[in-house]
Design a protein around this ligand. Structure first.
Ligand SMILES: Cc1ncc(COP(=O)(O)O)c(C=O)c1O
Length: 395
């Protein structure tokens, strides 16, 4: 079996939003009385259902995962003040952008290869009195939480923030990632575990964070706050302002629409079932790869991958070229560098600030040069996965 033009293997199957999801949108829009389409009842319903699914008290639905990152750092700045934030070099640009744009100092720590997330040994070397938070990214469906990390955060009073944009449904000790940190972020961009076309959420158990996230989603507008005390304090303090127009911070509009929420509600119903298939697919993939040629020791405990992680066993540039040539020939889409294209410190926006600092992160650099991800979705046929392993093993 060759994967030809007809049997193309994209990063994400366009069936991720299916006919039944579209039908929900159509029936929502076909109501006799046209419903409110901006952020309203359906957004609220989605937020409640998502909180229940994740196991947290509060969710704020926004227009992207990047917006969730931005709102999270705005809330930290507002409620906890400046400081250093530990970040991985292997993450998405918006995590680092949110840290920088809110005037925190990013302190980079290398990852470990088994979870692809921040390495606790490296974190311990870099924390100090100025460390405000650890901004952990769960990479491509692997859980990045360890008991040691939770204990360290507790002992040193360091805030834990989780970026779960790539790992919906991953767990640590049976509890969902995104329910451990003070704040967690998810993305519902089309290529992820579930999609609202574009979208994201900020999740927390902390009332104050929730209220500020609500305000920051809507231009920093105090009237979005549903806590009478917080809202009342602003109104009292700024009594020469119209209470409808008090802006507590220089914020933006990051709201989503009712249509995104209707899609989100429909997709959420299928999330657990689809995650199970994705998990099974990854097991088949890693089990059938040649361990002498590829790194397969990813920690699959509690994983939930929407992509296959492919990493060369050796730092072999020729083999890297052969892999890419073969994948292109077979029409299999891939992304080198895994999450966010690899080591963020090599990107122009960080090279300007950190020059050659990227050289100090051997594991992130390893993944940057010798790692890829390939689409893993629920309707992927098993024989295709086996075929992929066969051609990779033949190189
Ligand atoms: C780890 C991580 N964080 C944040 C984001 C940003 O999400 P969005 O594309 O919805 O802005 C992504 C994007 O895919 C991501 O992978």
């Amino acid at each position: 079996m060759k994967i030809t033009e007809k049997r193309k293997w994209p990063l994400m199957s366009n069936d991720s939003i299916a006919r039944d999801d579209i039908n929900e949108v159509v029936s929502f829009l076909s109501q006799e009385k046209i419903p409110i389409l901006t952020n309203s009842k359906k957004v609220k319903e989605f937020e409640e259902k998502w909180s229940k699914w994740l196991g947290v008290k509060y969710t704020v639905f926004v227009n992207s995962g990047s917006s969730a990152n931005q709102i999270t750092m705005l809330a930290l700045k507002e409620l906890y003040g400046p400081g250093e934030i530990i970040v991985p070099p292997l993450t998405w640009v918006s995590d680092i952008a949110a840290v920088l744009q809110n005037e925190f100092t990013p302190v980079f720590c290398d990852i470990n290869l088994n979870s692809l997330a921040l390495d606790i040994k490296e974190i311990k070397k870099k924390i100090n009195k100025k460390t405000r938070a650890i901004f952990l990214t769960h990479i491509l469906g692997y859980n990045g939480i360890t008991q040691e990390l939770l204990d360290l955060c507790k002992k040193k009073k360091i805030l834990l923030i989780e970026d779960v944009c790539e790992s919906h449904g991953a767990t640590f000790k049976g509890k969902k990632c995104g329910s451990f940190g003070l704040i967690s972020n998810f993305s519902f961009y089309y290529a992820h575990h579930m999609s609202s076309i574009e979208g994201g959420v900020v999740c927390t158990n902390d009332e104050k964070i929730y209220q500020y996230a609500r305000m920051f989603r809507s231009h920093g507008m105090v009237r979005e706050c549903t806590n009478e005390e917080i809202r009342g304090d602003y109104i009292k303090k700024y009594n020469d302002l119209n209470p409808d127009f008090i802006f507590c911070a220089p914020a933006h509009n990051m709201r989503s629409t009712e249509i995104n929420a209707v899609l989100g509600l429909s997709q959420l119903k299928k999330l657990n079932k689809n995650n199970k298939i994705r998990r099974d697919n990854l097991r088949i993939f890693l089990k059938n790869l040649n361990r002498k040629k590829y790194f397969t020791d990813f920690d699959q405990t509690g994983n939930s991958n929407y992509a296959f992680t492919l990493l060369l066993k050796n730092k072999d540039f020729e083999m890297r070229d052969r892999v890419e040539e073969k994948l292109r020939e077979e029409n299999i889409e891939f992304r080198r560098g895994m999450s966010g294209g690899g080591n963020q410190l090599m990107q122009p926006y960080l090279k300007k600030l950190f020059s050659n600092e990227y050289l100090n992160y051997p594991n992130a650099n390893y993944v940057h040069h010798f790692g890829w991800y390939i689409g893993n979705y629920p309707d992927l046929e098993k024989d295709k996965i086996l075929y992929l392993c066969k051609i990779l093993n033949s190189l």
